[in-house]
Design a protein around this ligand. Sequence first.
Ligand code: COA
Length: 259
Amino acid sequence: MYQTLLTELDKGTLIITINRPDKMNALNKDVIEEIGKALDEVYHKDEIKSAIITGAGDKAFVAGADITEFLALGKEGGAALARIGRENVFDKIENCPKPVVAAVNGFSLGGGCELAMACHFRVAGTNAKFGQPEVNLGLIPGYGGTQRLTQLVGKGKAMELMMTADMVGAEEAKTLGLVNHVVAPEELLQKTKDILQKIHTKAPFAIESIIASVNDAARCNPHGFDNEIERFGSCFATEDMKEGTAAFLEKRKPVFKGK
Ligand code: COA
């Protein structure tokens, strides 16, 4: 179905594997378009409850935007590349009402680091390496990296990482708050799946509301506190909230239906 991706639905999680291992899974036009389509599936198919984004092979998650597509571009073309990518993929991931998690299995550089950062959180293999080396090309991150890296690691470290193009390993990335867990490469996918299985047992509307509310905070949305109240109230209108509170009082496990 896809030319540049492998997809597999496993217990409600769509595993999206970017499949250009000979090019370090670099994001060319086709990959961007196809990730956008795979995300549309995540948004619209009821049987998909979450997604994992990872890279094929054991070297790279994604080593950036495809640099071979850069030379032909001028000012407008460069801006369009960034805008189309952000709309089709990066913002679509961030705003997805279902959890999207990056399983980072190697180099996560440039647009690859930005892809991982657009996900709701990240799990890394011990072989993961993160960096924003665009400055080496006379560029800056264009898929939201200047914003999301600053949100995740703070201003000083973001400045240094982007200005030096230095890479950080998985453990340092964890210390910086860039990744939540570091596991052996062979355990990476299972660890990520296990976290998502736990999230699948929760009420979907609450999960969707958490994503939207945390995004408000990350964007310094001045309406973030009011939006939280609104969403908190909306939860009371769901059958799942009645089920969750009843189950607690009856000392049993809740069974959420997504209603
Ligand atoms: N765009 C296009 N092609 C890329 C690429 C990218 N971002 N990253 C890697 N590739 C290609 C290489 O050109 C090479 O292709 P070839 O076999 O046809 O020559 C292939 O992937 C393998 O990469 P190679 O550099 O030989 O592997 P390596 O193990 O020596 O180094 C990296 C791995 C990731 C350190 C190195 O490929 C790299 O620095 N990539 C670019 C990272 C970058 O600047 N990203 C930001 C882009 S904005």
